[in-house]
Design a protein around this ligand. Structure first.
Ligand code: TLP
Length: 345
């Protein structure tokens, strides 16, 4: 059966153009800096983020890990949101592998961190305290519903941080979604921060990889860290080739996924037993839960949906996440609405 796979945009498979580019990619040893395709991708990525340099890494998780470690020494503190991907879903890497202490602040419903909260969290110069070194932001924000932050917000936090000698790292796994919904360039969002990671392998459909971008000096440090983490990938141009096609052909179409997310949310809103939160999806993610009257748990609903050819993501005992991407068309959206209508009782 052909599944409508809404579990994540990470499930996207490469397009035929990507496979062709991969087959024909010119390659070299990237640990020596000699892979022309990786070098080209890194230059393109840095330019799009408004940074001096880029570093191709295996995943968003590796980008955030090397990204944070390049800012912090062991024992330093990084301010993170309590719903941040880096805090929740990266296996505690910054603390386990980097010795970086995290200070978790409540994410506001829109995914932001309050400036007053950040200000109050900065440690005094006291030998009892770790040294506050870094603020981590996420845009779009996954667990806050695919919400996005404006360039004004990115500017405000960065100016505040720089005024206090702190750096800002952005988990921009889906920064091109944040740019598409605001009809701006990604560099307007990433410009003010010190470093940014974005993913090629989510809504942009490339099979593997992310790029960490920042200043020349910062990327030089991150390059060594990537090696330390086992991420020196040699003839990685085969992968980078798909990333180049992703940047050339996929960033301009993401608003189609946002429109389908709204269509899906609209349809599901009519299904008795479902609550949408938020009611209107900000970008490509639809979050919903079962009302107290519904007897089934999420796991049962998910099993039943499979029989209709629908794969849904589970976020809790009574909640789901549905993510729109390149491989979900209008028919898939209609099929999903019908299936939820039949299954939820
Ligand atoms: N997110 C995945 C899961 O890990 C939850 C998903 O299905 O959404 N930052 C953000 C904001 C992410 O959403 C993800 C992946 C990552 C980083 C990590 O990227 P990868 O999976 O490439 O390590």
């Amino acid at each position: 059966m052909e599944f409508v796979d809404l579990r994540s945009d990470t499930v996207t498979k490469p397009t035929p153009a990507m496979r062709e580019a991969m087959a024909n990619a010119e390659v070299g040893d990237d640990v020596y800096g000699e892979d022309p395709t990786v070098n080209r991708l890194q230059e393109m990525a840095a330019e799009m983020m408004g940074k001096a340099s880029g570093l191709f890494v295996a995943s968003g998780t590796m980008g955030n890990l090397a990204g944070v470690l390049a800012h912090c020494q062991r024992g330093d503190e990084a301010i993170v949101g309590n719903k941040a991907h880096t805090f929740l879903f990266e296996a505690g890497g910054i603390s386990a592998l980097g010795g970086v202490h995290s200070c978790q602040l409540p994410n506001q419903p829109d995914g932001s961190l309050g400036l007053e909260d950040i200000e109050a969290a900065i440690r005094p110069d006291d030998p009892h305290d770790p040294i506050t070194r870094l603020i981590c932001l996420e845009n779009t924000h996954n667990r806050c519903g695919g919400t996005y932050q404006t360039p004004e917000y990115m500017n405000r936090v960065s100016e505040f941080a720089h005024g206090r000698g702190l750096s800002v790292h952005l988990d921009g796994a889906r920064i091109f979604n944040a740019a598409a919904v605001q009809e701006i360039k990604a560099k307007e969002i990433a410009g003010p921060v010190d470093s940014v990671t974005f993913c090629l392998s989510k809504g942009l459909c490339a099979p593997v990889g992310s790029v960490l971008c920042g200043s020349k000096e910062y990327i030089r440090k991150a390059h060594r860290l990537r090696k330390m983490l086992g991420g020196g990938m040699r003839q990685a141009g085969i992968l980078a080739a798909a990333g180049i096609v992703a940047l050339e052909t996929m960033t301009g179409r993401l608003s189609e996924d946002h429109a389908r997310a709204r269509k899906l949310a609209n349809g599901l809103k009519q299904v008795p037993g479902l609550i949408l939160d938020p009611e209107v999806p900000a970008t490509n993610m639809v979050f919903l839960s079962l009302t107290p009257e519904v007897k089934s748990q999420t796991s049962e609903v998910v099993e039943k949906l499979k029989r209709y050819g629908i794969l849904a993501g589970v976020t809790g005992q009574r909640s789901f996440r549905l993510v729109l991407h390149y491989w979900i068309d209008d028919a898939g959206v209609e099929k999903t609405i019908t299936a939820f209508g039949d299954v939820v009782q």
